[in-house]
Design a protein around this ligand. Structure first.
Ligand code: SF4
Length: 435
């Protein structure tokens, strides 16, 4: 039997039929820190460099998460600052300046340098935002032309791992040029997607007749799009709350949409963008029909393996709500508990409204209580962080690492089958092991 849950009624999402019941958790967390985002962000922003100001632990995390690049010039590094007291902080700044001087002298292709804060106490004492301004004055406008130096925090104290991207994009927003107030409305696609997926979406926007379209983060610093009150932005990732606030402070307006996972999520996302630009519905249906059909056919192959299977998400990537929506409405899976580190009710309203009645939604983390519920619920599949997967597997649970869902191309029509495969594979593996 499931333990009794202290459910709290919170204001309903706009489209939810009944007040949303959310179990709020505050306890021990088991998540990667925001530095992890550098793994996909450095691939996306091709002339950026991420300089982590941190400890040996941070350096090890990055090396093991991203792999060691032997043949290419790496675009991330760690400046190790350890064992300094407050009296040594002046030295820290001087050392950081020396590292940045050397880096920029050697790597003339760098156009954006991110100083990424971390959680060792020595680093917390350093004001990296000020350091970035000081270094910008030296190397930016006044010195080597065209380099932008920004700071954000990837610290494990204040983040779960996808918040690293949110913090990075938030740091970019003030750098976006001001859009001409008389210019036609433009679309801003927000969230780092693999280039191949981004290109598919850009082609679809062009076919729909939506344009101009800018992308945040841009692949190159010089392509950072302009922004203003005529900008309508469309989130591709559900973990960009701070970025969204920063964009709205610059006048941009969010397009309310589900997230683009699966046939229906992607169709809803594209249709919402088209509606915001006044595109004729018949034309929209014509443009998206082939992709939607391809995605549906790809998903049908996975339905026998996934339909009726019970799934629990432990809070980790912040993709949990839209993925649970996708698995429930497009593949017939049964979400038991959907845990997410932070629940942005407005951004997730469309996906929340489609979760089956009775789905237990939890926000925040209390790892022991959540593991107790997994053991009581005995779902067929548990999506969780790397650190929890092994103990659960040892107890006989099939697991899926949530970080894989962030590292893999999973958005859009043409990735719908691959996304379903990520959930079907651990179930197949468990069946094989049982034989
Ligand atoms: S930022 Fe903190 S949590 Fe992340 S690797 Fe460094 S020390 Fe560990």
């Amino acid at each position: 039997m499931s333990p009794a849950l202290p459910l709290t009624a919170v204001p309903s999402a706009e489209l939810a039929p009944a007040p949303l019941q959310v179990l709020r958790e505050r306890g021990q967390r088991e998540v990667f820190c925001g530095l992890t985002g550098i793994v996909w962000l450095h691939r996306k922003m091709q002339d950026a460099f991420f300089l982590v100001v941190g400890s040996r632990t941070c350096a090890h995390l990055l090396q093991s998460a991203a792999g060691v690049m032997i043949f290419a010039e790496p675009r991330f590094a760690t400046a190790i600052i350890e064992e300094r007291d407050l009296a040594g902080m002046a030295d820290c700044h001087a050392e950081l300046d020396r590292v940045v001087d050397r880096l920029l002298a050697r790597r003339s292709e760098i156009r954006t340098l991110f100083l990424v804060g971390s959680c060792p106490s020595e680093v917390i004492k350093l004001d990296l935002a000020n350091a970035a301004q000081r270094l910008m004055a030296k190397h930016g406008d006044a010195g080597r032309s065209g380099v932008r130096i920004l700071a954000y925090s990837g610290s494990g104290i204040e983040t779960t791992f996808t918040e690293g991207e949110d913090a990075c994009l938030t740091a970019l927003v003030p750098e976006m040029p001001v859009a001409d107030p008389a210019a036609a409305p433009s679309l801003l696609l927000v969230g780092a997607l693999p280039d191949i997926v981004e290109d598919q979406f850009l082609r679809l926007f062009a076919e729909l007749g939506i344009g101009p379209v800018g992308v945040l983060p841009a692949r190159r610093a010089g392509q950072l799009p302009a922004i203003g009150p005529a900008t309508r932005y469309l989130l591709a990732q559900p973990f960009l709350g701070a970025t969204a606030t920063a964009l709205e402070d610059r006048g941009a307006q969010r397009i309310d949409a589900p997230f683009p996972f699966g046939a229906e999520g992607t169709a809803g996302w594209l249709s919402a963008a088209a509606a915001a630009f006044g595109i004729d519905e018949m034309h929209v249906n014509r443009v998206i029909a082939p992709g939607r059909e391809r995605a549906k056919r790809a998903l049908e192959r996975y339905r026998p393996a996934l339909e009726g299977k019970r799934i629990t998400f432990l809070p980790d990537s912040q993709l949990e709500i839209p993925l649970a929506r996708f698995l429930a409405t497009e593949l017939g899976m049964v979400p038991v508990e959907v845990g997410t580190p932070y629940l942005h009710r407005a951004h997730l309203a469309r996906d929340l409204a489609e979760l089956p009645e009775g789905t237990r939604i939890s926000e925040g983390q209390d790892v022991d209580a959540q593991l107790d519920r997994v053991r009581a619920d005995r779902p067929d599949l548990t999506v969780c962080g790397l650190g929890l997967a092994n103990p659960l597997e040892a107890d006989g649970f099939a697991t899926k690492w949530s970080i894989e869902l962030v590292f893999s191309p999973v958005h859009g029509f043409d990735q719908a089958g691959d996304l379903a495969e990520l959930f079907a594979r651990p179930l197949r593996r468990r069946d094989v092991l049982r034989i």
